[in-house]
Design a protein around this ligand. Structure first.
Ligand code: ACO
Length: 322
């Protein structure tokens, strides 16, 4: 028993912000950003929330799967940028799309969040608890960014992606691996609400994303190929058997490095970061949606998904498309 992708959806805010627009705010240039990251533009919320973006992506995924919202049994939203602590984003999405029979909750594993949510959905369906799940990743990272910090503000974008997955007898997800390394959390961090009460006298917390870019770079180059090879071995497949690698869209140079380390043709690594930047947990489902719509993911193909991010968290999944 496994799960297959029955439909995909994606949503972006209306406001497109080019590298040149950012260069008017901080000391950077289109040339520097493109050369170091591959990013050309990103979309930034002018009012859209995680829940509104995810709801749009979920409705599209349902439509493409030919399913009604009332049929959804599990609704998982991966996000590290919820606007509200309560209620969770997934319950807000449930209300917006009318998935009134679904059990809904959030999950935060940063840029690996969608992958971890997909693994959770697989476990629920495989154990017979639910028959289907809407799995989404959505972020409004623009509110967590210090727009004066050129080292981070050029990297991120807002958006959401979703997939409807259903139980299947053959194919679908073949293997999954996921890992966490909490000892290295300081490499990429962002404060939320600090402790604040009449008895607390500690220092205030950092409110914006802080990152050691070089550490993230070498972490990704080391761990992602290893996780992909681990997942492929579990599925008894080799790198050569893979048709498409759908990786977290952090940085073009990271993806090029991973393709070299795996010995796989870069053409098998589609990217959309040039248009949308790094959208954290939304990156993989947004790219999946683009690839399904363009017919670049087709029945019978072997597809690898791999995400990595703050935590540190990372993982990989092997699927045979059906
Ligand atoms: N424009 C111009 N100059 C810049 C910019 C910018 N936007 N950002 C940094 N610089 C400068 C620095 O100040 C530094 O100047 P200095 O030499 O005078 O001190 C110089 O460029 C080099 O800085 P580095 O940080 O060493 O630059 P690097 O080559 O490492 O590139 C980058 C930075 C692009 C962030 C790189 O480290 C990287 O790609 N890291 C991966 C991190 C990543 O992708 N994170 C995404 C989020 S995490 C995730 O999704 C998992």
């Amino acid at each position: 028993m496994s799960i297959r992708i029955a439909g995909t959806g994606g949503a972006l805010p209306e406001k497109k912000v080019t590298n040149d627009m950012i260069a008017q705010m901080v000391d950077t240039s289109d040339e520097w950003i493109r050369e170091r990251t591959g990013i050309g533009s990103r979309f930034v919320s002018t009012g859209e929330t995680v829940a509104s973006l995810v709801a749009r992506a979920c409705s599209l995924a349902l439509e493409r799967a030919g399913r009604e919202a009332e049929e959804v049994e599990l609704l998982l939203v991966a996000t590290c940028t919820p606007e509200d602590a309560l209620p969770c984003m997934a319950c807000q999405v449930q209300e917006k799309i009318g998935a009134k029979e679904a059990v809904a909750f959030d999950l935060n594993a940063a840029c690996a969040g969608f992958l971890f949510a997909l693994h959770t959905a697989w476990a629920y369906v495989e154990s017979g608890i639910y028959q289907n799940a809407l799995v989404a990743g959505g972020e409004v990272l623009s509110k967590m960014i210090d727009w004066q910090d050129r080292g981070t503000c050029v990297l991120f974008g807002d958006g959401a992606g979703a997939v409807l997955v259903e139980k299947c007898a053959d194919g679908g997800i073949l293997s999954f691996v996921q890992h966490s390394d909490g000892n290295r959390g300081a490499v990429l961090s962002c404060g939320a609400r600090p402790i604040a009460n009449p008895y607390f006298t500690g220092a205030s917390q950092e409110r914006y994303v802080r990152m050691d870019g070089r550490e993230v770079f070498s972490f990704a180059l080391r761990q992602v190929p290893a996780a992909i090879e681990e997942a492929l071995a579990k599925a008894r497949l080799a790198v050569e058997d893979v048709d498409v690698f759908v990786l977290h869209q952090a940085n073009r140079r990271i993806i090029e490095g991973i393709s070299r380390r795996l010995g796989a043709d870069l053409e098998k690594f589609p990217m959309n970061l040039e248009q949308v930047g790094n959208t954290s947990s939304a990156a993989i489902p947004l790219l999946l949606d683009m690839l399904y719509r363009e017919g670049r993911i087709r029945s019978g193909q072997v597809v690898v998904l791999s995400g990595f991010g703050a935590g540190l968290t990372y993982g990989a999944c092997v699927m045979r498309i059906n």
